[in-house]
Ligand binder design. Structure first.
Ligand SMILES: Cc1cc2nc3c(=O)[nH]c(=O)nc-3n(C[C@H](O)[C@H](O)[C@H](O)COP(=O)(O)OP(=O)(O)OC[C@H]3O[C@@H](n4cnc5c(N)ncnc54)[C@H](O)[C@@H]3O)c2cc1C
Length: 379
């Protein structure tokens, strides 16, 4: 029997499993293959929902589902934390048990590391995990005016457009609450422009100007002075704040680093087309866990899962795998309380944002509900 182990129960892991099972139905029935998904928590979180939770537009329960509910029933679910991946002996060593594999799919995602910036945990807020988002929701509800700094602290980070979206929505939120004219909104970015992709920058910069959203570029925070509420940067600048909304630094999963499978940031070096982990013929990597030059986005994980599932199924059936990932990404960009645009791009095609509209926003709101169908592999 061939054992396929998928490590990680986020969108990348569950979708790979759900796309794979129908392709190898005969082999599963004949007990020639077993698919196991190992993950350290029994539920999945729809992270894009944090952007709505902080403004009290979605509740915690709407963002969370049991993984068992999302997974094809043929998949064996193990809730356990992997502490080491032993590629030599093809084993995953978890806290409770050890699991053998013939094929491994690494889908361990990214984690935020606010502890990398002294003072950030004490004085900063963020919307990149559930606890942080709930804290920020409360801070925003109690905000009576002052200076809010939205600061992107290092790249890569999940959902590159989320900091832009939060700036736009925040602007409208403050207006709706009658405190925009008592508030200053400042957005900071580490490079020489306000976003990594020129076509997006060209569209949003004038929109920031129109709304009085200020921006600072070449702005790389190295420390937060929690007592004086000041950001100190590598460039030698200081920026004070009343409320800091940080995009904390990100790294790959601890198990990747501990197993010697990651680069400096803990990202798995991966072939950009085949999605095989560099140097391993039986290990795939996808989603936020890889070092690929693509957005760390659920949509990317989705398109990659299709490729990994197709190629794994081919390998199981003894056919040459031919599916290739072309870098495809799709992102909605909320540009206000009830307005949005979207971009899609791949390795060969740059993004071309369309004029923001209410229609695109309502499609995004509908997608927030429909996401759980996507996670099941049905959309
Ligand atoms: C605020 C915010 C807004 C976003 N908005 C969008 C958006 O609009 N559109 C979009 O496409 N994307 C968006 N994203 C990004 C998207 O959420 C991620 O790219 C996506 O969730 C990545 O999925 P993944 O499965 O690769 O990783 P994850 O979802 O992080 O899943 C990794 C899984 O692996 C598990 N794991 C890790 N280590 C271990 C271990 N040692 N043992 C066992 N299990 C382990 C974790 O518990 C987790 O379940 C947003 C993200 C954030 C934070």
């Amino acid at each position: 029997m061939k054992r396929i182990v998928i490590l990680g129960g986020g969108v990348a892991g569950t979708l790979t499993a759900n796309y794979l099972i129908p392709k190898i139905g005969d082999e599963i029935r004949d007990r020639k293959v077993e698919v196991t998904l190992i993950t350290d928590r029994p539920y999945q979180i729809y992270e894009p929902g944090y952007l709505y939770l902080i403004f009290n537009r979605l509740g915690e329960d709407e963002l969370r589902r049991d993984i068992r509910e999302l997974l094809d029933p043929s998949v064996r679910l193990v809730v356990d934390r992997a502490v080491r991946i032993d590629t030599e002996n093809q084993k995953i060593i978890c806290e409770k048990e050890t699991h053998d594999y013939d094929y491994l799919v690494i889908a361990t995602g990214a984690r935020i590391t606010p502890e990398d910036i002294p003072g950030l945990k004490e004085a900063g807020h963020w919307f990149y995990d559930l606890e942080g988002s709930k804290r920020l929701r409360s801070a925003l509800a109690n905000f009576k005016g002052g200076k809010i700094v939205i600061s992107v602290i290092g790249v890569p980070h999940k959902c590159p457009v989320a900091p832009i979206e939060v700036a736009f929505i925040l602007h409208d939120f403050l207006k709706r609450r009658g405190v925009r004219d008592k508030s200053q909104v400042v957005y900071t970015y580490p490079t020489n422009k306000i976003f990594i992709m020129d076509p997006v920058t060209e569209m949003i910069q004038p929109m920031f100007d129109e709304r009085g959203i200020e921006y600072r570029t070449f702005f790389n925070p190295i420390e937060i002075n929690a007592k004086e509420k000041k950001i100190i940067t590598l460039e030698g600048e200081e920026e004070d704040f009343d409320l800091l909304v940080a995009i904390p630094p990100h790294r790959g999963a601890q198990v990747i680093t501990d197993s010697g499978l990651g680069d400096k940031g803990g990202w798995v070096p991966t072939d950009r087309y085949t999605l095989k982990a560099d140097g391993y013929d039986n290990v795939y990597a996808l989603g936020d866990a890889t070092n690929l030059p693509v957005s760390k986005a659920g949509s990317v994980a989705h398109f990659q899962a299709e490729v990994v599932a197709e190629n794994l199924a081919a390998e199981i059936k003894g056919i040459e795998p031919t599916a290739m990932f072309n870098g495809k990404a799709f992102c909605f960009i909320e540009t206000g309380w009830e307005e949005a645009t979207y971009i899609w791009f791949d390795y060969f095609t740059p993004p071309q944002p369309v004029v923001p509209s209410k229609f695109v926003h309502f499609v995004k709101i509908a997608y927030n509900k429909a996401y759980w169908l996507t996670a099941r592999g049905l959309l």
